[in-house]
Design a protein around this ligand. Structure first.
Ligand code: MLT
Length: 268
C-alpha cells in the first residue's frame, strides 16, 4: 500500500501491477479489502488501483459532509498523481454513486465503467432523514450497531449460511470504521444526485453486475440501469447478495476479465 495525497487528504491506496489501469472503488462503510479477489486476479495483467476512500480504511478523514462529487474529485486527483490518463472505473454501491459523478465530471478519463450492485435513484426524503439519524447515532455511539445491521443486508442467504472468512473480515472493517468518516459519507449519500437522466448519455463501454439476492440494490432496478445505458452488458450473479464480487469472485472476475480484454487499453 502507498499513501497518496489528493488535495488536502492522504489516501491509502493499493497500486499494484502493470498494464491498463483498473480503478476499484469500494462501497459503504468498507475499504479496499472488499476487492481482495479482484486485486489478486487482475494485478497480474493490469495496473490495479484500489484506494480507501476519504474517511474510510486508513485514509484521512474530512468531518462534516463528503459528497459523491468530492469522492470523484479525489479519484481524479489520484489518477493525476499516478500519471494515469484513463482507467476502467469499477465501483460497488456507494462506489457506483461515485462512478456516476465521475461520468458527470471526468468522462474523458474513463476507458470503461463497471457498476456493481448500485442505484441510479437518489435518496427519498425519508431515506435521507434516516441517514442523518444514523450519522448522529454513529457519532455518538460508534459503528458496532451499524455493522451488525448492515452485515445481514450485505451478503446473500447462501453466503451467510455457508459462513467463511469474508463475513468476519467485513464485520471487522465496519466495526473499525471511524465514526467521523462514516457520518460524512452518510450525509454525502443523502444529498447525492438523481442519476437516472444521466444513464442514456453514458458513452463509454459499461458492464452492470448485480447479485441475485441483493436487497440494497435490487436486480430489477439494476437491469433497468443496464437497459438505459447504450450498449451496456448485464450480469446477474446467482446465489449472491450485495457483495457479489466478494461472494462469487469466479463468476464476477470472469465477466470483468472479458470486459477488460475488450475495453481496457494501454496508453501509448
Ligand atoms: C453501500 O453498499 O455502499 C451502501 O449500502 C449504499 C447505500 O447505503 O446507499
Amino acid at each position: 500500500m502507498t499513501d497518496i495525497y489528493v488535495g488536502d487528504a492522504r489516501l491509502h491506496v493499493i497500486n499494484q501491477g502493470f498494464g491498463p489501469p483498473l480503478l476499484l472503488v469500494h462501497g459503504f462503510p468498507l475499504d479496499h479489502t472488499m476487492w481482495r479477489h479482484q486485486i489478486r486476479q487482475f494485478a497480474g495483467k493490469y495496473k490495479v488501483i484500489a484506494p480507501d476512500l476519504r474517511g474510510f480504511g486508513a485514509s484521512d478523514i474530512t468531518p462534516g459532509v463528503v459528497t459523491m462529487e468530492d469522492h470523484a474529485d479525489d479519484l481524479a486527483a489520484l489518477l493525476d498523481a499516478l500519471r494515469i490518463d484513463k482507467a476502467v472505473f469499477c465501483g460497488l454501491s456507494m462506489g457506483g454513486y461515485i462512478g456516476f459523478e465521475f461520468v458527470r465530471h471526468y468522462s474523458d478519463r474513463l476507458a470503461g465503467l463497471i457498476l456493481c450492485d448500485t442505484r441510479a435513484v437518489p435518496d427519498t426524503p425519508e431515506a435521507a432523514k434516516n441517514r442523518e439519524a444514523l450519522a448522529t447515532k454513529v457519532l455518538q455511539e460508534g459503528t458496532s450497531a451499524l455493522a451488525a445491521d448492515m452485515l445481514k443486508k450485505l451478503f446473500g442467504p447462501s453466503t451467510l449460511e455457508a459462513g467463511g472468512d469474508d463475513i468476519p473480515s467485513i464485520r471487522a472493517v465496519m466495526e473499525n470504521a471511524r465514526p467521523e468518516g462514516v457520518a460524512a459519507s452518510l450525509r454525502g449519500m443523502a444529498v447525492r444526485n438523481d442519476s437516472r437522466e444521466l444513464l442514456a448519455d453514458i458513452d463509454v463501454p459499461t458492464l452492470v453486475i448485480v447479485g441475485e439476492h441483493d436487497v440494497i440494490s435490487p436486480p430489477d432496478e439494476m437491469k433497468e440501469i443496464a437497459e438505459a445505458i447504450p450498449g451496456a452488458e448485464f450480469l446477474l450473479v446467482e446465489d449472491a447478495g450485495h457483495m457479489a464480487p466478494l461472494e462469487k469472485p469466479e463468476q464476477v472476475n470472469a465477466a470483468i476479465a472479458d470486459f477488460l480484454e475488450k475495453h481496457a487499453h494501454v496508453k501509448v
